[in-house]
Design a protein around this ligand. Sequence first.
Ligand SMILES: [Cu+2]
Length: 305
Amino acid sequence: MVLSITLLAAVYSSALPVPKIIIPHPAAGASFTLYGSFSPGGWGTTSSSISQPGPTLTVQPGESVSLTLFSADGRPHQFCVDYESTPDYVCQGSELATQSPMFTSSTAGTTFPFNAPTTPGTYTYFCTIHRSAMTGQFIVSATPPTPDFSISSNPTSMTVQQGSSVISTVTLTSLNGFSGPLTLSTNAQSSGLAWSLKPTAVTLTSGATVTSVLTVNASTTGPTGAYRPGGYEAVASQVGPYQAVVTATNGTLTHTATVTVNVTSSNANAPISGYLLDIGAAAIIAAIALIGILWYRGSRRRTKP
Ligand SMILES: [Cu+2]
């Protein structure tokens, strides 16, 4: 009995300083596409956005990194991360783990996976062949990036004729592991022009994208226009550029996308032809009335002996 209590006490006391189990942040892995070029010198995320230094690559300590490498100028290049604070542009020692195969294709990407260093810091990536002419920052960040989302529209500018409608697809993308519901809304609309979103509530999961469709309707609305025989004239959407603003929010984070809507005239003679139709209808009514009067007068003449 005494022994068991002693044993229990021993177990408890040894367990008292609760061992801190550090659960590493689940790094999803970082993927980058890089186009290397000596002339013009530098790196870019596309073949047409080469700059020196190239884009900054930010990763988490020990994160698995996947590069897709292209040669924008067709020359052979080779990616490597320099760990020296003053880069020597020599891929050596532990840096060799970050050395990609040689890549020369501008169309077929060379995939190269490696693990980021576990020590946070700002390092330099470079081309082992063109050295200081092709560099960029490689940042190992201790703080995981804040979950966020982005919003974009396609197309960002569109033309619609009076009387018809067009759509733009709004895409919401989860960034840095963001997940949760988002509420979508649009700005106020001009008279005669209507836009709406479907759906207005979406849920993003980590790393995923969802879409909503913005429909812009430039058909006539009303009846708020001028009075005409038969009722109030519907208001035609006014020709001109408009800005449809789509706002997405989760209550804390808010992002917007703007779609420019150009309303063009469907028919320059539309109001005139409308009047002509009215004149035509009036003429038919007048003709019927005239026939009626003539028939009445004729029938009266016939009934007189
Ligand atoms: Cu190179």
